[in-house]
Design a protein around this ligand. Structure first.
Ligand SMILES: N[C@H](CCC[C@H](N)C(=O)O)C(=O)O
Length: 297
């Protein structure tokens, strides 16, 4: 039997996150445990951010990110803000460096309580995203869905933010597209050998856009940080926007994305704690702290 660990149910602008404290533990959260937690309404999540002991000097922690289907995600911007919020509350520190399977992430809690995460540099080469076949220009690739002569979604921009993204530019309200129907088909399209996060984006001004995302391994989510970054850099790359963009996510709030002159993409937004508990990393059994307290009294 594995040792139960502390976790917090949080959200990053509506992106459902479990922050799990695996520091001092040998193993990892089992994919089956993740799937069991995702299947229950109370612990349903889009990503688990598992905080492990640092593996590299100079970093605060190694973060393993799991999707709701138990697969690993290379990066999760909204989840990283939740980790910063939890560790800042615990330690009083304001700046952090994390290691993930996709590389290092620097993040800080600002004076105003919002959290900024340096999501690193975007990558645009077809084999870095990756795509299954060469495209010289990834600002607009050949891919469409819907009737052949009147496609509903077509010609996306593609980018990697440490994970693969396709951004479909749309003219109408983002809520008028059946992303729940097209999302799974596009996520698993043969053009994406590692699957992809699928976003529809409507530019509303040179510095703003509305997006909705079908996330690889998680489905429709109320916000996706790395997709917001991918949409902002793709907007700038295609001349649709400037390099500082406010992204309105399905949950209703905004993420501020700044593609800096040094090529790093900085994402700023809130993180919110909801409740805490303990869970079994092998099975996904869990208990809320309040339930423990009620039983003890
Ligand atoms: N929600 C996350 C992204 C999760 C990406 C994940 N679905 C994958 O690439 O497998 C975010 O805020 O950046």
């Amino acid at each position: 039997m594995s040792e139960w660990i502390a976790f917090a149910k949080m959200n990053g602008l509506g992106n459902e996150i479990l922050v799990a404290d695996m520091r001092g533990q040998e193993g990892r959260i089992a994919p089956e445990a993740a799937r069991a937690l995702a299947a229950r309404p109370e612990t349903h999540f889009d990503q688990i951010m598992a905080i492990h002991n640092p593996k590299v000097t100079g970093t605060d922690a190694f973060i393993r990110i799991l999707n709701a289907d138990g697969t690993d995600a290379g990066t999760c911007g909204n989840g990283t803000r939740c980790v910063v919020s939890a560790l800042a509350a615990e330690t009083g520190k304001k700046t952090f460096t994390f290691q993930t399977i996709s590389g290092l992430l620097n993040a800080q809690e600002r004076e105003d309580g919002l959290i900024s995460v340096d999501m690193g540099m975007p990558r645009f080469a077809w084999n870095e995203i990756p795509l299954a076949e060469p495209f010289a220009d990834t600002r607009c690739i050949e891919l469409q869905i819907g009737p052949i002569d009147a496609p509903v979604l077509h010609s996306p921009s593609v980018a990697s933010m440490g994970n693969p993204h396709a951004i479909f530019w749309v003219k109408e309200d983002v809520w008028s597209y059946e992303l729940d129907r097209f999302g799974p088909v596009l996520e698993n399209h043969p053009l994406f050998p590692e699957r992809a996060n699928i976003t529809i984006a409507r530019v509303t001004s040179p510095s703003s856009m509305d997006i909705r995302t079908w996330e690889r391994g998680a489905g429709l989510t109320r916000a996706c940080g790395s997709a917001s970054c991918a949409a902002a850099v793709s907007g700038a790359r295609t001349g649709r926007t400037g390099r500082s963009v406010a992204i309105t996510v399905p949950a209703g709030g905004e993420l501020l994305i700044d593609w800096r002159a040094d090529d790093h993409v900085v994402m700023t937004g809130p993180a919110e704690w909801e409740w805490s508990g303990r869970l079994d990393p092998a099975t996904g059994d869990y208990r809320r702290d309040e339930a423990d307290a009620a039983e003890a009294s």
